[in-house]
Design a protein around this ligand. Structure first.
Ligand code: SPV
Ligand code: MG
Length: 560
């Protein structure tokens, strides 16, 4: 329901509509939270908040801006204190169009001369001629676009000392001109004046009152009158705020000790709630495009203590926790990933899984999830990767837990857009591998050879991958780092699940059975099924820790 419609409904259905002065989104929200029916967008409050006199110093645009902020912050209607309408009837027309278009429920204009001065300031309370103000009311009513929008007329005759008869005469004239209600203002300290006016009021239009100086006229009294429909608490909010700030600042100035005020001020949680921080975070989750968001899966479940030279040192930990000069392999790699803004990592743990603790391998442990592969003895890396399948909904980087690498390799990989990209090293032929089983690759094009080489950023799809690619065909070595787009990972998962479901498994590429499949076996399967597996060609800049020799070398190389 639009706010103007809502205000009309409240005026019809409630015995009284209590509205409270506010000056910005925060104070309006507090009014709503306290359970009031509406807001009085007080000229006095908005002026005070700007530290200028309430005397048309602020422009209509200034006030409109504050009102839009209030209106956007609450769901209750706002009656705008529009002073005299910011000029003559032409200004009133423009003002009504602007406030109505902003979704404001109502405006209230007063019958003083422009520029007005706050009604409680003695002197210069000049009344506008009745005819002129009637013209303004008619202009306002004719300017509104919707029938629900309300225009209230404020009678300042009692403020100006013009007497009760003048006040009643003006009130009647304004209702006859189309005003939806009359705000009868009084600065009298006792309630007689307002009670007199109410008693004499004989028009079929509601009254609005603002008992700042005659507080004995309570809400209850207003209800009893049957003619008052809007009760305005015009400025208690900002006065409370001023006093609270004064007291707090005074204590801080005297003591220099924040603890002395902590109990008497709002909590930061309250501040965030008023800001709508929670809603913002929810929206962020729902809508913010994070095109570069990458999740990481680090399969680290295997038991490498059966490598003879690792037998002793891997008794109590998985290989990823091997310490290289004070940092484990995992810790080092996670640091590099963090430095590239990657925050969401899944580590698949199996062997000595209780040793893999987020707090000991990352300075932001909340970004790590440890996922268990309890079948790590009977399963391979492909199964480990799939242990994270239900937590992956972005691009995903798969990183083996036994490699260390230069950060520039990751940098290059993260810029790739293909669905599946493997980092492959073109230098494997130059190295002595001591008969290790390497993840060899036959790419469409052989590496560029020569002493000085620049790696072309070329499309070099992989034709074959695995430990049994014949040496004479192998062009590169897969380093254990692969990037899957959302689609790439979803394809990988689809292929994996289609085989998983068929469950009549024999040998699967180089693995004894499908559950024991390595990542390379799955990639070969995808190539065979026609999926494109691309490559990022690098030349050195990484190493794999397969045995104690490698470990020693890594410690040597990474010495500071
Ligand atoms: C205001 O709050 O700005 C008003 C009410 O107009 S009063 O200050 O009482 O005039
Ligand atoms: Mg005012």
């Amino acid at each position: 329901m639009r706010k103007a419609e809502l205000l009309r409904k409240l005026l019809l259905e409630k015995e009284i509509v209590r509205i409270v002065g506010a000056h910005n989104g925060m104070s309006a929200k507090l009014v709503e939270e306290a359970g009031f029916e509406g807001i009085w967008a007080s000229g006095l409050e908005v002026s005070t908040a700007h530290a200028v006199p309430d005397a048309n110093i602020l422009t209509m645009t200034d006030h409109l801006e504050a009102c839009i902020n209030m209106n956007d912050s609450v769901s209750i209607p706002i009656i705008v204190d529009a002073d005299t309408g910011y000029g003559n009837s032409n200004n009133v027309i423009y003002m009504v169009k602007k406030f109505e278009a902003a979704g404001i429920a109502a405006v209230c204009i007063e019958d003083k001369m422009f520029p007005k001065v706050n009604s409680f300031i003695p002197g210069r309370q000049e009344l506008a001629p009745i005819g002129e103000f009637v013209g303004k009311i008619m202009a306002a009513k004719n300017a509104q676009e919707t029938k629900e929008f309300c225009v209230f007329a404020r009678v300042e005759a009692l403020i100006a000392g013009a007497g009760m008869n003048e006040a009643l005469k003006r009130g009647r004239a304004y209702v006859n001109a189309g005003a939806d209600g009359v705000f009868i203002h009084s600065k009298s300290k006792d309630i007689q004046e307002i009670c007199h006016f109410i008693k004499e009021w004989d028009m079929n239009a509601p009254l609005l009152v603002c008992p700042t100086t005659y507080p004995g006229f309570t809400v209850e009294e207003a209800i009893k009158s049957k003619k008052v429909k809007v009760y305005i608490f015009a400025n208690q909010g900002i006065r409370a705020a001023v006093k609270a700030m004064e007291q707090t600042f005074s204590v801080l100035a005297q003591t220099g000790d924040i603890r002395k005020v902590t109990e008497s001020i709002a909590s930061m949680q309250k501040i965030f709630q008023l800001q709508g921080m929670h809603e913002m975070q929810e929206n962020e989750k729902k809508y913010l495009y994070d095109g570069d968001k990458v999740q990481v899966i680090i399969p680290a479940a295997g038991d490498d203590s059966n490598v003879p030279s690792f037998q002793d040192i891997l008794q109590d930990r998985p290989l990823g926790l091997l310490d290289i000069n004070g940092k484990s392999i995992l810790q080092r790699n996670i640091e590099i990933l963090n430095n590239h803004g990657i925050k969401d990592m899944k580590i698949i743990a199996g062997y000595q899984k209780e040793k893999v603790k987020p707090s000991s391998i990352s300075s932001s442990p909340e970004s790590l999830t440890i996922i268990e592969n309890n079948k790590y003895r009977q399963t391979g890396i492909a199964h480990s990767i799939m242990c994270a399948r239900n937590q992956i909904n972005e691009k995903v980087l798969v990183l083996f837990s036994d490699i260390i690498f230069e950060s520039s390799i990751l940098e290059q990989l993260l810029h790739r857009e293909e669905d599946i990209v493997l980092v492959v090293d073109s230098c494997y032929r130059e190295l002595k591998h001591n008969n290790k089983w390497l993840d060899l690759v036959e790419a469409s094009y052989a590496p560029v050879s020569g002493d000085r080489v620049i790696h072309p950023e070329r499309d070099n799809p992989i034709k074959q991958i695995g430990k049994r690619v014949p040496c004479e065909k192998a062009t590169h070595e897969f380093i254990g780092m692969a990037l899957f787009s959302k689609k790439g990972f979803s394809d990988f998962r689809k292929v994996y699940e289609s085989i998983e479901e068929s469950s009549h498994w024999g040998k699967f590429h180089n693995a004894e059975s499908f559950p024991q499949a390595d990542l390379t076996d799955m990639l070969q399967e995808m190539i065979d099924r026609g999926y494109k597996v691309s490559s990022l060609e690098i030349h050195k800049g990484w190493m794999e820790i397969q045995d104690f020799e490698d470990y020693k070398k890594a410690c040597e190389m990474l010495k500071d």
